[in-house]
Design a protein around this ligand. Structure first.
Ligand SMILES: NC(=O)c1ccc[n+]([C@@H]2O[C@H](COP(=O)([O-])OP(=O)(O)OC[C@H]3O[C@@H](n4cnc5c(N)ncnc54)[C@H](O)[C@@H]3O)[C@@H](O)[C@H]2O)c1
Ligand SMILES: [Zn+2]
Length: 358
């Protein structure tokens, strides 16, 4: 799959096994950054990497900082090549966010190859050019736009993901399908069991269709000024849930909860019928596994998190909602969401979850 970008065209390559990883190693003037867990699980794959050129990073939000980025810059500056230096990174969204930032600022841009080892990165974050670092306790406060030259995806890597991280990735997969309309929803209904059992061919199909869906938005509006904002469906609420749970609830799972809240608001406003809402909820509940107490926080904490979200431009609350649902789902950025609507639908989700998980 080719992705058009103002920065450069780049490609996504889907692979059936992990052997291709070895061919990325052993080149001169290349720095390798690998998720520590991935390295431990797949050590033989990395045997050809010169030890002095290999940096292992723990994929935690605490590590997604400018200090880690500068440590990698320091190592790249030791290579004899300058603008011809290459960065190869292997991991999920955290490794992607850090190394993308480095590849962008080092000599004003060096070649970067990314191997995505999580479902979330593969189906969503690997395309779209965003790089992010956390700063002063705020998530993704620093960032740039810079895509890798090549992205490799091998669904076989997802077999070793924890249930928590795998289901977080499924949150984004289900999101793209629900956003796309009736066919997408049916597609999820027909395949949720295979997805949950990590059937490789099914995952591959869904990763491809998710990326195809996202591609349409980022190719029109790479820099997030208009059309791309619609991809933020469910994210205003999801983001607040991540913050309130102190990131105990991972991104894709928070987005899945955010979708139930968004759909409930759309239903109460008369934008979607109960059939669509109930069918979406049923599938979403199958991929949400949380400690519900993590959502117990004062309303003021939720509101503070929502207002800190980059997408909020003024005092009114902005969110992306489904405003009609047919062959395709029609999404709209609305600016009049009220606090009462949000908390009524959050409460609705809590009750639904408690009953659904009994
Ligand atoms: N740049 C973007 O557009 C964008 C979009 C969405 C999310 N993000 C960011 O992505 C991050 C989340 O990324 P993520 O969900 O991919 O996970 P992650 O990078 O946080 O990794 C999750 C866990 O899975 C482990 N792991 C990775 N691959 C594995 C494998 N194959 N087998 C076993 N364990 C493995 C990691 O070590 C880590 O413990 C967040 O920081 C978020 O802000 C960025
Ligand atoms: Zn997301």
């Amino acid at each position: 799959m080719e992705i058009k970008s103002a920065i450069r065209e780049y490609e996504v390559l889907l692979k059936d096994d992990t052997e291709f990883v070895k061919s990325l190693f052993g080149h001169e003037n290349t720095e390798y950054v690998v998720d520590k867990n991935v390295y431990e699980l797949y050590t033989p794959l990395f045997e050809c990497v010169p030890k002095e050129r290999l940096l292992l990073i723990e994929a935690t939000e605490e590590k997604k900082t400018i200090d880690t980025a500068l440590e990698i810059c320091e190592r790249i500056s030791e290579l004899s090549a300058k603008r011809n230096a290459v960065l190869v990174s292997v991991g999920g969204g955290i490794i992607q966010d850090i190394t993308g930032f480095v590849a962008n600022i080092m000599y004003r841009g060096i070649k970067w190859i990314f191997v995505s080892t999580t479902l979330l990165a593969a189906c969503d974050s690997c395309i779209g050019s965003k790089t992010s670092l956390n700063y002063k306790g705020f998530k993704n406060l620093l960032g740039t736009f810079y895509p890798p030259e090549q992205i490799y995806i091998a669904p076989v890597f997802f077999k070793t993901l924890s249930e928590r991280d795998y289901k977080s990735g499924l949150g984004e997969v289900v999101k793209f399908n629900i956003m796309s309309g009736q066919k997408g929803l049916e597609n999820i209904e027909n395949n949720i069991e295979k997805l949950l059992s990590r059937d490789e061919n099914t995952i591959k199909e869904f990763v491809e269709s998710s990326l195809e869906f996202k591609k349409r938005f980022i190719e029109i509006d790479e820099f997030d000024k208009g059309e791309r904002i619609k991809l933020n469906f469910a994210h205003t609420f999801g983001h607040a849930i991540e913050v309130v749970s102190r990131y105990e609830i991972p991104h894709g799972t928070a987005v899945a909860i955010g979708m139930i809240i968004a759909d409930d608001i759309s239903y109460k406003r008369g934008y979607v019928n109960s059939d669509v809402k109930v069918r979406s909820e049923r599938k979403l509940l199958e991929i949400i596994d949380i400690d519900i107490d993590l959502l117990e926080a004062p309303e003021s904490q939720y509101m503070a998190a929502i207002k800190k979200d980059k997408k909020q431009t003024d005092d009114s609350l902005t969110a992306v909602l489904i405003v009609s649902y047919g062959e395709v789902g029609e999404l709209k950025v609305v600016h009049d969401v009220t606090q009462d609507e949000i908390f009524a639908s959050l409460e609705y989700f809590k009750q639904l979850y408690k009953v659904g998980k009994k």
